[in-house]
Design a protein around this ligand. Structure first.
Ligand SMILES: *Cc1c(COP(=O)(O)O)cnc(C)c1O
Length: 429
């Protein structure tokens, strides 16, 4: 099944898309092609590979057959045209924006982003001459106000970590279209099982495959998917896509490769020159994880729903922020944009503030105290004493990490066991 074969259901595609039995051995599972390089047929074959005139394998920093299966699978699940995989979610963001931006360019980003992405955009990207303004993405006039002549993209998380913020993608995509710039969506928390941003007008979708795609907390990875629908020529704002590329003897990526030109350029320039390649072994783990994505996501979501109800009625809990609850200000948007459930990650406030938060995470047994999400195992974190420790209490509150905030990533264990563990931990808080 190839990346454009979308007649099957998402569960079927999660198992099969991009994979074939091995042509020489018949191996049914995708083999780990643990090789750095590939033998050329002859001089002409080598030349056409290097000129990007023939598709094939040269060196695993660029392409690898195991990695290629993951790329096709995620492109298929997102109903995209093509994808490029790399070493981590942050690497995916870096290579995607390197392809989009020139020094001096600007991005309007959501202020509800993964903490690491806030730092990446406001600190490290700034060193490359890329500016970012972070705004509430659901305040369309605030987004529009920040769009200037150098703005080349809008960047949001469809379902945002940690407090279950849902972005109203449709009006945002309409605004981006009116300025001829792409909408880039980090779909890590929702996954295609809950939301396919391309259906709502997104042009590029990014994943930290480290999280739910791999799903077992054992391998890092990232993916950049392109819809194939963005018109790079319309505005003249993307010379990197439309004008001759000196590093490839004058080839213009959008012209030569059409609806997968962005993927080709991201691979052939950003991945080639910066080198954050995904290892074949990690690609294998992520492919294996991906096969059970729909099953796992459903259990994650069902468990999270049950546990959020339990916490909302618990006397030691002040508030619960989960888009699945009717009390959430994002519940209506969640009903529009999410199908099958509301995700696994959410926050709640424990009575007793900072001290109680520390005690609760230390008292939990089944929940692992660590800074990750999207594992089969349930995870718990007190941001104020860990990830947001360096901030003042005011800054923490603004970042959705007030002193009493606990973040959980609900795993796929038995819901009643998780509830029992939280109950005894709350009793000690
Ligand atoms: C983890 C995460 C990232 C970064 O991905 P890595 O694989 O850790 O580099 C980006 N966005 C979101 C929403 C994440 O949860």
């Amino acid at each position: 099944m190839s990346s454009d074969d979308n007649d099957y259901g998402l569960e079927t595609r999660a198992v099969h898309a991009g994979a074939r039995s091995d042509a020489t051995t018949g191996a049914r599972a995708t083999p780990i092609y643990q090789t750095t390089s590939y033998v050329f047929d002859d001089i002409n074959h080598a030349a056409s590979l290097f000129n990007l005139q023939t598709f094939g394998y040269i060196y695993s920093r660029l392409t690898n057959p195991t990695v290629a299966v993951l790329e096709e699978r995620i492109a298929n699940l997102e109903d995209g045209r093509a994808a490029v995989a790399c070493a981590s979610g942050h690497a995916a963001q870096f290579i995607a924006f390197f392809t989009l931006l020139e020094p001096g360019d600007h991005v309007v980003a959501s202020k509800f982003l993964y903490g690491g992405s806030v730092t990446q955009f406001t600190k490290s990207f700034a060193k490359l001459g890329w500016q970012a303004d972070l705004v509430d993405p659901n305040d369309i006039s605030a987004v529009e106000e920040k769009i200037g002549p150098t703005t080349k993209a809008i960047f949001v998380e469809a379902l945002a970590n940690p407090g279950g913020v849902i972005v109203d993608l449709e009006p945002l995509a309409e605004l981006a279209r009116s300025h001829a710039i792409p909408v880039v969506v980090d779909n890590t928390l929702a996954t295609p099982w809950l939301c396919q941003p391309i259906h709502w007008g997104a042009d590029i979708v990014i994943h930290s495959a480290t999280k739910f795609i791999g799903g077992h907390g054992n391998s890092m990875g990232g993916v950049v998917v392109e819809s194939g629908k963005f018109d790079w020529f319309a505005s003249g704002k993307f010379p990197g896509m439309t004008e001759p590329e000196p590093a490839y003897h004058g080839l213009a990526f959008a012209e030569t490769f059409g609806d997968f030109g962005f993927t080709m350029k991201t691979r052939a320039v950003a991945l080639r020159d910066f080198g954050p390649a995904l290892s074949p072994a990690n690609a294998f783990n992520l492919i294996t994880g991906c096969e059970t994505l729909p099953l796992r996501m459903q259990r994650h979501c069902d468990n999270a729903m049950e546990i959020s109800h339990f916490l909302e009625s618990h006397p030691k809990v002040d508030w619960v922020s989960y888009a699945g609850l009717e009390s959430s200000p994002y519940h209506k948007l969640a009903n529009k944009y999410l199908k099958n459930g509301f995700g696994s990650v959410f926050t709640f406030g424990v009575k007793g503030g900072f001290e109680a938060g520390c005690k609760m995470v230390e008292a939990s047994n089944l929940f692992s105290h660590l800074a990750n999400i999207g594992d089969t195992r349930s995870l718990i974190l007190h941001p104020a004493s860990t990830t947001h420790r360096q901030l003042t209490p005011e800054q923490r509150a603004a970042a959705g990490a007030s002193d009493d905030t606990i973040r959980v990533s609900i795993g796929i264990e038995t819901a009643s066991d998780l509830i029992r563990d939280l109950d005894q931990a709350l009793a000690k808080a």
